[in-house]
Design a protein around this ligand. Structure first.
Ligand SMILES: NC(=O)c1ccc[n+]([C@@H]2O[C@H](COP(=O)([O-])OP(=O)(O)OC[C@H]3O[C@@H](n4cnc5c(N)ncnc54)[C@H](O)[C@@H]3O)[C@@H](O)[C@H]2O)c1
Ligand SMILES: O=c1ccn([C@@H]2O[C@H](COP(=O)(O)OP(=O)(O)O[C@H]3O[C@H](CO)[C@@H](O)[C@H](O)[C@H]3O)[C@@H](O)[C@H]2O)c(=O)[nH]1
Length: 665
């Protein structure tokens, strides 16, 4: 196979066999600095029409015709894939590998990571990340499935073929496990026919480009591991979000370590969102595969397309130029984030005019040319992707000598910061410009609902600003983010303030009512469904409702009206939990094997209420009527996510401030 790939016609830098001895680019991977690559590789993508026309050189049209069809399964058959190694067991690597394994039971998928704890968690009952439906997918691929009997269709029964089989039924044998997790990176890479690189690519914290350029250290490290250990012809797939032209960096690393050996490089950006990762992977809008215009590039792309075609219609698989593929991921995130900043800029105008940003988003979104998605005003975007990817885009633009483009995208980030800044300052101003002696409660730390990911939460910026005012305490409740993850995120503030108790004022609590008791203001920072007003919560009236509110003065604010032990919180009986939805078809669901039992001292089991249940509770609604009894008057609630029903909240006696709306009370 390697011989066949070597026969690909020469295409300059992007060709498999070409080693450009005159290259001004780095010659060893160690020379490549992540921030300098953009300047180094600020070269246009290979343009076949611009190639020197030597006698006998195939013309572009002839050449294209000679390339194998990426979408042709027969092309894929030239590069059989038996073992896939996924490097990086994080939010992308774990779920992506699990879904590929689920749909390709004949292929071994091995996820490797240097983090032993993470790998142990993937192997156990408590997965390291929370994603609806993920548990079932992992269980069936990782643990295998039970034998299954189904009614046969006509002519299908093989009576007696398997013990106990009747003419009316077919027995599907036990599904073998084909998803594995390991820290043995080198050994796994050696076996792999394809390596998906899905390691973290955060923003550089120091050095040239700090705060904007992508820190490629982990990505380069993974590439080096592959370069030194992979077998010839192993296909390298960029799944991480990387700056445009990273494919060239990969080729250079491979060439430096294994001169002359062909390793096709593909770009296959991931578009999943946290909280809906399994759904996004099972039913993707598109699968983008970027490859080089070489025979081996096309064959490699066909092999990857074939893995996806096991469950994704081929019409949704888009083979494109490798540089377009890398850039389209940054472009997609930048455009989504841009919509959020656009509606947030309008929200500031709404507050000063009496317009309502919710109504504006609705009417603007009804224009089919605009559409309703990503027009929810609020604290702005958080999470590990949007900010860093736009920062990377601005850095790339500047590196390419396009300061106007950089400034354009920078404004999306500026508006995002403005939104959370003015939210926090409004809290302070409303509480009479001082938080001394006051307790603030934060409901929701995650950057969005349905994820336990505490990275890059807008809550961090809000807390930073509140801490400047020296509050008595800040209590945080989030149904999914763990206390240790939140504290790790808050630790970046430690240089400026003592943050967490006992020295600092911040504490993370697992009971929202305890977190709210005696609070001067409750801030809703994540759009968790459990925080939204529900029908059950509406009818209860507080002892002192808005009707009898006496316009409490600052001294009223300090009047302690309750504490949790003294207040009789009549929480209604907990409603039954919403049954878990499985993404698996019914036949696979019925094949799930019983889960292994955790040891008696399992800390995860004890941290999820000690009841042995593995799921944290995100569905039991918060009873705002009860909260109204335990927070201090005049019961300030600041809704940073537009999650609450203003009329219901005011009806229960709260004073509600929402971004993008005039005050409600
Ligand atoms: N999180 C998302 O929703 C999302 C969605 C689409 C794309 N992305 C992109 O995917 C990439 C991964 O994101 P993530 O959120 O999964 O990151 P993550 O931090 O959750 O996971 C990355 C993992 O890679 C491991 N790792 C780093 N270097 C390694 C090496 N050399 N060998 C083995 N393991 C190594 C780390 O230990 C870590 O567990 C990033 O580029 C990100 O921008 C993320
Ligand atoms: O109308 C909206 C929509 C979202 N958000 C906020 O925007 C952030 C990001 O939300 P979302 O895009 O749903 O989550 P992510 O998991 O960050 O997913 C984004 O980032 C991923 C990583 O690159 C991409 O793969 C996804 O396609 C892209 O949506 C969150 O803080 C949301 O609260 C808003 O404020 N208003």
């Amino acid at each position: 196979m390697a011989d066949m790939i070597e026969q690909a016609p020469s295409l300059g830098r992007s060709d498999d066999s070409a080693v450009d001895s005159n290259s001004t680019g780095p010659q060893t991977p160690h020379d490549i600095s992540p921030f300098a690559y953009a300047e180094t590789y600020a070269i246009p993508p290979p343009d076949m029409t611009a190639l020197p026309q030597r006698a006998g050189t195939p013309q572009p049209s002839q050449f294209r015709a000679a390339l194998p069809d990426i979408m042709d399964p027969e092309t894929a058959a030239n590069v059989p894939i038996r073992t896939v190694c996924c490097i990086g067991a994080g939010y992308v690597g774990g779920p992506t590998a699990a879904v590929i394994a689920l749909h390709n039971p004949h292929i071994r998928v091995i996820v490797v990571d240097r983090d032993q704890k993470r790998i142990d968690a993937w192997k156990g009952r408590h997965l390291p990340i929370h994603e609806p439906g993920l548990e079932d997918v992992v269980r069936i691929a990782r643990d295998g499935g039970a034998e299954w009997r189904r009614r046969s269709s006509v002519g299908q029964a093989r009576a007696g073929a398997i013990d106990g089989e009747t003419p009316d039924e077919v027995v599907e044998p036990r599904r073998q496990p084909n998803l594995f997790f390991s820290t043995a990176c080198v050994e796994t890479i050696k076996e792999a026919d394809m390596c998906l690189i899905s390691v973290n690519t955060p923003t550089k914290k120091r050095g040239v480009g700090a705060g904007r350029a992508t820190d490629m250290a982990a990505f380069e490290g993974a590439c080096r591991d592959v370069a030194m250990n992979a077998k010839p012809g192993c296909i390298l797939v960029e799944k991480s979000t990387v700056p445009c032209k990273t494919g060239q960096l990969m080729k250079d690393i491979m060439e430096a370590h294994r001169p002359g050996v062909v390793f096709p490089v593909l770009s296959n950006p991931e578009f999943l969102s946290e909280g809906t990762a399994v759904r996004d992977l099972m039913q993707p809008d598109r699968v983008v595969i970027g490859c080089e215009s070489t025979i081996s590039g096309h064959r490699a792309a066909a092999a990857l397309a074939n893995l996806y075609a096991a469950w994704v219609p081929r019409s949704r698989i888009a083979p494109i130029n490798i540089w377009s593929s890398e850039l389209c991921k940054l472009a997609a995130n930048a455009m989504l984030a841009q919509r959020i900043s656009s509606i947030n800029s309008i929200s500031a105008i709404c507050e000063r005019t009496g317009a309502d940003v919710g109504e504006i988003a609705k009417s603007v979104g009804m224009d089919p040319r605009i559409g309703p998605q990503f027009l929810k005003a609020g604290l702005g975007f958080g999470g590990s992707c949007f900010r860093k990817d736009i920062a990377s885009l601005t850095y790339l633009s500047e590196s390419l000598g396009l300061p106007e483009v950089a400034a354009y995208w920078q404004q999306v980030l500026t508006m995002n910061n403005f939104q959370r800044d003015r939210f926090a300052r409004n809290v302070i101003a409303t509480l009479n410009n001082s938080l001394r002696g006051k307790k603030i409660t934060i409901l929701g730390y995650a950057f969005k609902k349905n994820t336990g990911d505490a990275r890059e939460s807008p809550a961090l910026d809000v807390i930073r600003i509140l801490l400047e005012e020296g509050p008595k305490s800040i209590s945080i409740f989030d149904p999914l983010c763990s206390e240790s993850d939140i504290k790790r995120e808050l630790s970046v503030l430690e240089q400026e303030f003592a943050v967490c108790k006992p020295e600092g004022p911040v504490e993370v609590l697992s009971d929202p009512y305890v977190a709210c008791a005696d609070s001067n203001a409750v801030l809703v920072l994540t759009d968790w469904d459990m925080f939204k007003i529900t029908e059950q919560a509406k009818p209860t009236k507080p002892e002192s409702s808005a009707d009898s509110y006496d316009g409490a003065t600052p001294s009223g604010l300090l009047r302690i009206t309750s504490n949790l032990d003294q207040v009789n919180i009549s929480k209604p009986p907990t409603p039954p939990r919403t049954p878990k939805m499985s993404p698996l078809p019914a036949d696979l669901q019925s094949r799930l094997l019983p889960e292994a039992v955790c040891p008696a001292d399992c800390t995860e089991c004890t941290s999820t209420s000690g009841s042995g249940q593995t799921e944290k509770d995100t569905s039991t609604p918060l009873y705002w009527a009860d909260i109204s009894k335990i927070i201090k008057e005049p019961r300030w609630v600041f809704d940073g996510r537009g999650a609450l029903d203003p009329r219901a909240m005011v009806g229960m006696g709260f004073r509600l401030e929402t971004l993008g709306r005039a005050s409600m009370y």
